[in-house]
Design a protein around this ligand. Structure first.
Ligand code: SF4
Length: 489
């Protein structure tokens, strides 16, 4: 997710490159909305960022504000109608909104809309994000706003460049009502015709950072996306904070008391290694986890190999701490998407074989330590261990840079149900047998938390210990909570 406010820049191209840097966070659909101060234009499609946009599509997106998104579906199917950013307009004010995270009270919020929610506009959306956008534009602060001369957006200040716009106070008032209603994980980047906004839920489950361009501002899910567009890191958007960005600069307000519980899994898997979260580099954290893993689960072996690429930093740490040489034993096809992030099991299973190929010369006759970032369903590791044995490995010792994932995530990672999580119903010994490894070792939860250098009580770790910072009702679990409620189609 990426937002930019910059009058002297080609904001669509900046958003495109920002999304390119964030492609790992969602590979199902991509979209960019741009405003020139009076009109928002949205282009979105199913597919990767590079498939959705070409030069003519980006050239058509003219303006000085942009919001971009690449989607990984957690509520609502992976279909065009749910691609982001959703766009809603009342005729006097329009909104395009990008959302990273997952709401856990989507049904309750949809009920508040009383028929004005997903599906009511003829768009068959079934996502939490569309519900949130619909709530914004149906808030009394927005609906009571009359039309102003000069266009749908009401342009008292030409193109909204000189100062804050009256639309902004309308949206900020609506945000003060709507955001506290939403429960769960939401890092948001959104815009009306004249102002860019960013907000983060009180727990700050998902990261969101603010960056500075020479003549503008950027908001992004990860610091790596700031780097790629040449923006300097300014600070994180705080949990419970709403910021508005326009010609007057950045205004901040707190809409809810912060109760920080950032996602521990960002450090394990989701974030790029060149990203920094809460002042701690993700790569350095993963190397530290590998060292800890070597201390907790030593192995007698000839070579440490990573499962590329997210297992690489922990494998480096394991090799450093154990003294066992580090080497490459698997080659990854970088153009194949992440395995568990894709929507169906069929694609997942095919994905593994497309993704990794063993280096036989490096592996044959050797006792291997194979370091992976995590084990979710066990599908990848089973195929991997078989592949390494077929390539001649003498022993395969699997080491995992995360504790067993025993509980589903409801805050933006689609681990699905507990039954699908291999550690939800098998012990580590049983998992070792199930994947066919000689030995298996997971880093401890305490070891992982220590590597982040953050206090335990500032992190969500529910997928490891089942202690959810925001409780989730049985009826609010699952990806398709709005399907079958008469919304969408
Ligand atoms: S449950 Fe796990 S993946 Fe989900 S937010 Fe918490 S730590 Fe992150």
């Amino acid at each position: 997710m990426f937002g930019v406010w910059a009058p002297n820049e080609d904001v669509a191209k900046l958003a495109y490159f920002g999304l390119y840097a964030l492609q790992h966070r969602g590979q199902e659909s991509a979209g960019i909305a741009v405003s020139d101060g009076s009109r928002i234009v949205v282009h979105k499609e199913m597919g990767l960022v590079a498939q959705v946009f070409d030069e003519p599509a980006l050239t058509a997106l003219r303006g000085h504000i942009a919001v971009g998104h690449c989607r990984y579906s957690t509520t609502g199917a992976s279909v065009w109608a749910n691609a982001q950013p959703p766009f809603r307009s009342t005729g006097t004010i329009s909104l395009a909104l990008g959302h990273n995270g997952n709401l856990i009270n989507t049904r309750e919020l949809a009920a508040l809309l009383d028929g004005r929610g997903p599906g009511s506009t003829g768009i068959a959306a079934t996502s939490d994000t569309d519900v949130l956008t619909a709530l914004f534009v149906s808030d009394p602060a927005v609906t009571s706003r009359g039309g102003l001369p000069g266009g749908s957006g009401g342009m008292e200040s030409p193109r909204g460049l000189a100062g804050s716009s009256p639309l902004a106070s309308t949206v900020e008032t609506a945000a003060a009502t709507v955001l506290p209603l939403a429960k769960g994980a939401y890092s948001l980047v959104f815009m009306d015709e004249q102002t860019l906004y960013a907000a983060r839920d009180p727990h700050g489950f998902r990261p969101l950072v603010l960056g500075r361009l020479d003549t503008g501002w950027v908001v992004a899910s990860e610091t790596a996306a700031l780097d790629i567009v040449g923006a300097r890191f300014v600070r994180e958007i705080e949990p419970g904070e709403l910021v508005s960005i326009d010609g007057r600069g950045v205004r901040s307000r707190t809409f809810a008391a912060p109760k920080p519980s950032g996602c521990l899994f960002e450090y394990v898997y989701l974030a790029r290694p060149d990203t920094t979260i809460s002042g701690r580099g993700v790569h350095a954290t993963r190397v530290a986890v590998g060292k800890r893993l070597a201390a907790e689960h030593p192995a007698d072996a000839d070579l440490v190999i990573p499962v590329p690429e997210s297992g690489t930093p922990a494998a480096i740490g394991f090799a450093e701490a154990s003294g066992i040489p580090f080497g490459q034993g698997l080659v990854k096809n970088s153009y194949v998407g992440r395995t568990f992030i894709q929507p169906s099991q069929t694609i997942r299973e095919r994905g593994i074989k497309l993704k990794l190929n063993p280096l036989r010369d490096a592996i044959a006759g050797r006792r291997l330590v194979v370091v992976d970032d995590t084990i979710v369903r066990g599908t990848t590791q089973r195929a991997l261990v078989a592949m390494l044995r077929e390539a001649g490995a003498r022993e395969v010792h699997v080491r995992v840079a995360a504790p067993p994932v025993r509980w589903p995530c409801f805050y933006g990672i689609d681990f699905a149900t507990r039954a699908e999580l291999i550690a939800g119903h098998l012990t580590p010994e049983e998992i070792c047998a199930s994947i066919g490894a000689d030995t298996l070792g997971y880093v401890s939860l305490a070891g992982l938390i220590e590597a982040t250098t953050l206090p335990e009580d500032r992190l969500c770790r529910a997928c490891f210990d089942g202690r959810y910072p925001v409780p989730v009702g049985e009826d609010d679990r699952g990806k398709h909570v709005l399907d079958g409620l008469g919304v969408g189609s």
